[in-house]
Design a binder for this molecule. Structure first.
Ligand SMILES: *Cc1c(COP(=O)(O)O)cnc(C)c1O
Length: 841
C-alpha cells in the first residue's frame, strides 16, 4: 500500500469551489459520473476567446477559416498530450460523445469483408453492448476470469476466428467505479500465434479519465481505439473524442460512408465515383463541419482544469480519498438492531482508496431494519427535496446491474413485461431491486459533500428505534406457539398449464406466493381452436400426460408429453421462455386471435403464434388447440383490471358462504375484526390455492379399500398444498377433515385465509399418471362427503399479504416444503389475536 501514500485530501478544492462553482451553492452534486461541472473561469475564458477572435468554417483559404483550422489542429495535439500520446502514433477524431466514437469503430468493423467477431466485458456501458448487434458473432465475458481464460486459451481461439475481432471493455465501470485491468489493452493483440485474424481493442475510457490519468506513451501496449467524453472530464464543452492508434487505422479503409469534409472529390452525375481524403485519419472520419466552437472551448477547458486542479494524478488522489470516506461512511451505517443500512455494490477485488482498482463511484441500495429494500424512486424523491443530486436506476450498465442484483435474463424480461422501465417507480420486483443508487465524485467534490450525504442517508434511513407497530413484522401469537401444531407442508405443486400435469416444487426451494396463488401456477392454458374455450381434463383426460416443469435457472417452461404421439416426427420437448416476450404471441396475423373462455367467462389470454407449439399440443391431445398465456400480473401494488382477470376465472367457485360444509364455519360466529372497512388485505373471491390434507386422503382411502376400490393418489385432487401430520403423531390421533374447520392458517411465516370447501366433479377419477378413468374416489366421496347434493374435498385458500410491505417477509412472501402449518379455527382465542395483529400491522 506504499503507492497510496500520495492519496490525500486537497483542501484547496474548498476555496476553488466557492469561487469557481457558484451553481453548486445550496446543493450537493454527486453525479460526476453523469457529467462533471464546468468552472466559471472556463466559461469566461471561452467567452472572451469567442468575442475577440473571428472563427470561420475550416477548409477554406480565408483568414477566419485558417484561424479555425490552426486552432483545431493545436487542440488535437493538446488533447493527445494529456495522455502522453505521440501524434506520430495516434490521431484524434472529434465526435459528439463517446457513443459516437464507439459507433465509428463499429461501422468500420461492420464494413469488413466478412464482418467481425465482437467480445465485450459484462461491466460495459450500453453504448458498448449495442455494438454486438452489428457483429457476425459476439460474446459477453461475464467475469474477469473469463477474459483471462480467453487470453490464455489461444489455440482453441485461433480455430474459431474466421474474421477480425474487436474486444471492448471499460477502463472504469460507470456503474460502480470498478477499474478493470489495463493490460487487456494489448494482451489480446500481442498473442501473435492466436490466429491469422487480428484482435483489436476498444477501450472505453469515458468514465476512467474523468478522475484518472491514462498513459499512452508506449504505443505498443496502448489500445487500438480509445473513446472519451470530454464533457465528463471538464464539464464543458459537449464533445467526445476517439483516439486511434495509427498502426490500426487501416480498419477504417473499408468504411463506406463519406460526407462533408471527408472527400477530395465526388462525382455524382452519370458516374458515381469519389476520392476519399487520404492525408490524415481524422480528415477521413470527421464527416461534415466540425463542432468548431466546442473544440475551441476545449482549449480553455484544458487550461482552466490544469490551473485549478493540476494534473489528473492529483485529481485521482483527491477523489480516491473522498470515495473511501464515502464508502466507509455508507457501509458502516447501521440500524438500531445492528443490520446494515446500505448494501454497497463493490467489485470483489476493488479497494476504495486504491485508484488502481477503484474509481470514485459508490453504488448501493438501502434496506430497512427488517432487511426489506427501500425503493430507489423514494430515495430519489427525498434526495431531490433535500438537494442531493444522485443517479438512480439501471445506470446504462445492464450487465453490471444484472450481476450485482442477481437478476436472471428471464427475470429482467419478466419485469419488463410487467411494466418495469428504466426510470419508473416499479423498482422492487419479485423482492429484488431493479436498479441502484449511484453517488459519484469529481475534482471539485469536497469532504463536506461526502459527509452531508452520509448524514442524509443516516438521518432518513437508519432506523434507531423500531416503530411499535413494526416491531414484529410477523404477528406474534403467544396463545398459539407455532411448535404446537402437528401439521406441516408435505408437498407444494403447481400446474403451469391449467388442467395439465402438476409440477412439484423441489424440496428446499422457497416458492413465492402471491394473491393470485403460487407463482407460475396456471399461468398458461390450452384453448380450442374452434371455440376458444379453455380445455379441461374432464373432457380431455390425456391432458394429465402433458407434463410441464419450470426451470428458473434457464428461464424456461419445459413441456413433455408422456403419451405416444400420432405422428412420426414429434417434438420431444418444448421449451418456452418464461418471460412474456410479446413477439411470441399472435397479433391476429398468424391465426385469428380468439378471446379465450374459461368456464364460460371470456378472459384475455394471449395465444402463442408458433405453429410448432400448436402442433405439439394438437398432436398430443388429438384436438386442435393453441397454447395461451395469461397477461403478466405485476407485483402486489398493481391491481389493474387485467390482473384481476388473469387467474380469477380459472378455478371458479361459489362464494364461501354457499360453499360451507354445514357446521364447518358456524354462521353465528362472524369474524368481528374483519369489517369490510378495516380489512388489511385484499379479500378476493378468487380461489388461488387449493389445500388438501394427507390425513383426509388416508381416511378416504381406508373407506375405498374397505369396499375393494382403487385407492386415490393425492395427485387426483390437483391440490397446490398437501398438508400432513407429523409422523410421531399417535396412531388414531390423526385429524382427517380437520381442514374443514380451519379459518386461517399460518404456513412458515405467511398467513392464509381458508375460503371454503372445494366442490368436486368426476375429474378426480382420472389417474394422473396414465390418464385412465376410474370410479374412485368419486364414488366413495359422494357417499361420505356429500352435503346438500354437492361433493366436497379440500379447501380453497388465499394468501393474506401483510399490510406493511416493508419487511422482506412481505416483499418476498414464500413458502417451502416442510414449513410448519398452524391452523386457526373459529372460536379459537388465537384467531382473534391473529386478526387483530393483521389489522394492526
Ligand atoms: C458516459 C459513458 C459512456 C457514454 O458516453 P456518452 O458521452 O454519453 O456517449 C460510455 N461508457 C462509459 C463508461 C460512460 O461512463
Amino acid at each position: 500500500m506504499e503507492e497510496q501514500g500520495y492519496i490525500k485530501y486537497n483542501e484547496n478544492v474548498e476555496n476553488i469551489r466557492l469561487r469557481e462553482y457558484p451553481m453548486l451553492h445550496g446543493t450537493t452534486y454527486l453525479d460526476h459520473a453523469g457529467t462533471t461541472l464546468y468552472a466559471k473561469s472556463l466559461i469566461e475564458r471561452f467567452s472572451a476567446d469567442m468575442i475577440s477572435n473571428l472563427y470561420g468554417n475550416p477548409h477554406s483559404a480565408s483568414t477566419s477559416s485558417q484561424l479555425s483550422t490552426r486552432r483545431i489542429e493545436d487542440i488535437r495535439l493538446r488533447l493527445l498530450g494529456l495522455f502522453n500520446a505521440d501524434p506520430e502514433m495516434f490521431d484524434v477524431i472529434f465526435v459528439a460523445n463517446a457513443t459516437a466514437g464507439i459507433k465509428l469503430v463499429m461501422e468500420a468493423f461492420r464494413d469488413q469483408e466478412d464482418g467481425f467477431w465482437y467480445g465485450y466485458h459484462r461491466d460495459s456501458h450500453t453504448s458498448l453492448v449495442g455494438v454486438r448487434e452489428a457483429a457476425k458473432q459476439h460474446r459477453c465475458f461475464t467475469s474477469d476470469a473469463e477474459v483471462e481464460r480467453w487470453l490464455d486459451d489461444d489455440k482453441k481461439h485461433a480455430g474459431n476466428l474466421q474474421r477480425p475481432a474487436l474486444f471492448a471493455y471499460p477502463a472504469q465501470s460507470n456503474m460502480n467505479g470498478r477499474r478493470l485491468p489495463l493490460d487487456w489493452c494489448y494482451r489480446p493483440r500481442s498473442t501473435e500465434n492466436r490466429s491469422k485474424q487480428p484482435v483489436y481493442i476498444l477501450l472505453d475510457a469515458a468514465s476512467f479519465v474523468t478522475t484518472s490519468p491514462l498513459d499512452l506513451s508506449d504505443g505498443d501496449v496502448a489500445p487500438d481505439f480509445i473513446v472519451l467524453s470530454l464533457y465528463k472530464m471538464f464539464g464543458f464543452p459537449d464533445l467526445g473524442a476517439l483516439i486511434v492508434r495509427k498502426a490500426s487505422a487501416h480498419v477504417f479503409n473499408r468504411r463506406r460512408y463519406f460526407g462533408g469534409g471527408t472527400v477530395d472529390m465526388v462525382v455524382c452525375l452519370k458516374e458515381q465515383w469519389h476520392a476519399k481524403k487520404s492525408e490524415t485519419l481524422h480528415e477521413q472520419l470527421e464527416d461534415g463541419t466540425l463542432p468548431i466552437h466546442s473544440i475551441v472551448a476545449l482549449n480553455s477547458a484544458i487550461d482552466v482544469h490544469q490551473e485549478l486542479f493540476g494534473s489528473l494524478e492529483q485529481i485521482s488522489g483527491h477523489t480516491a480519498f473522498l470515495a473511501k470516506e464515502l464508502y466507509d461512511g455508507l457501509s458502516s451505517l447501521r440500524h438500531g438492531n445492528g443490520m446494515a443500512v446500505c448494501e454497497v455494490y463493490k467489485g470483489p477485488s476493488s479497494v476504495y482508496g486504491d485508484p488502481r482498482t477503484q474509481g470514485p463511484i459508490v453504488s448501493f441500495n438501502i434496506r430497512n431494519c427488517y432487511g426489506g429494500w427501500v425503493s430507489n424512486a423514494e430515495v430519489e424523491k427525498l434526495s431531490a427535496v433535500k438537494n442531493f443530486q444522485v443517479r438512480t436506476g439501471g445506470l446504462c450498465n445492464p450487465g453490471g446491474i444484472a450481476s450485482f442484483l442477481g437478476l436472471a435474463p428471464w427475470e429482467m424480461k419478466q419485469n419488463f413485461s410487467a411494466g418495469q422501465r428504466c426510470g419508473n417507480d416499479n423498482d422492487i420486483m419479485g423482492s429484488k431491486p431493479t436498479g441502484m443508487i449511484r453517488a459519484s465524485l469529481g475534482a471539485m467534490s469536497t469532504a463536506e459533500d461526502v459527509n452531508s450525504f452520509v448524514e442524509f442517508v443516516r438521518g432518513f434511513y437508519a432506523q434507531q428505534d423500531f416503530p411499535l407497530s413494526m416491531q414484529a413484522p410477523v404477528p406474534s401469537l403467544p396463545a398459539k406457539p407455532p411448535t404446537a401444531s402437528p401439521f406441516h407442508v408435505e408437498s407444494l405443486t403447481i400446474y403451469p398449464i391449467k388442467s395439465c400435469a402438476g409440477w412439484q416444487v423441489p424440496l428446499g426451494k422457497a416458492w413465492e406466493v402471491r394473491r393470485e396463488g403460487l407463482v407460475w401456477d396456471r399461468e398458461w392454458c390450452l384453448i380450442h381452436q374452434g371455440t376458444g374455450a379453455a380445455l379441461s381434463q374432464k373432457r380431455y383426460p390425456k391432458m394429465a400426460l402433458i407434463r410441464p416443469s419450470i426451470d428458473l435457472d434457464e428461464g424456461v417452461l419445459r413441456i413433455r408429453f408422456a403419451g405416444s404421439l400420432q405422428t412420426t416426427t414429434p417434438t420431444p420437448e418444448l421449451a418456452l421462455p418464461l418471460s412474456a416476450d410479446p413477439t411470441l404471441f399472435s397479433d391476429g396475423s398468424t391465426f385469428k386471435q380468439k378471446t379465450a373462455k374459461v368456464c364460460g367467462d371470456s378472459i384475455t389470454a394471449k395465444t402463442y403464434k408458433s405453429i410448432e407449439i400448436s402442433h405439439f399440443f394438437t398432436q398430443a391431445l388429438g384436438v386442435a388447440c393453441h397454447l395461451a398465456r395469461f397477461p403478466v400480473v405485476g407485483n402486489g401494488s398493481q391491481t389493474s383490471a387485467s390482473s384481476r382477470h388473469s387467474k380469477a376465472h380459472l378455478q371458479p367457485h361459489q362464494l364461501p358462504a354457499r360453499l360451507q360444509i354445514p357446521g364447518a364455519f358456524p354462521d353465528t360466529q362472524p369474524v368481528p375484526l374483519l369489517s369490510a372497512a378495516k380489512r388489511p388485505i385484499l379479500l378476493s373471491n378468487e380461489s388461488p390455492i387449493l389445500t388438501i390434507s394427507r390425513s383426509s386422503i388416508n381416511r378416504l382411502n381406508e373407506l375405498i379399500k374397505e369396499d375393494g376400490g382403487k385407492a386415490a393418489q393425492a395427485e387426483v385432487f390437483r391440490a397446490n398444498i398437501v398438508v400432513a401430520e407429523n409422523l410421531e403423531s399417535m396412531p388414531g390421533a390423526e385429524q382427517p377433515y380437520a381442514e374443514d374447520h380451519w379459518r386461517y392458517v399460518q404456513i412458515g411465516h405467511q398467513f392464509f385465509e381458508m375460503l371454503g370447501s372445494c366442490r368436486r366433479c368426476q375429474m378426480v377419477c382420472i389417474d394422473q399418471y396414465t390418464a385412465e378413468k376410474n370410479e374412485e374416489p368419486y364414488v366413495t366421496l359422494s357417499k361420505t362427503r356429500r352435503f346438500d347434493g354437492k361433493v366436497f374435498f379440500g379447501q380453497h385458500t388465499c394468501h393474506m399479504p401483510f399490510h406493511d410491505v416493508s419487511s422482506p417477509l412481505a416483499q418476498n412472501p414464500t413458502i417451502s416444503v416442510g414449513d410448519l402449518v398452524s391452523p386457526y379455527q373459529d372460536g379459537d382465542s388465537a384467531t382473534g389475536l391473529l386478526l387483530e395483529s393483521l389489522v394492526n400491522t
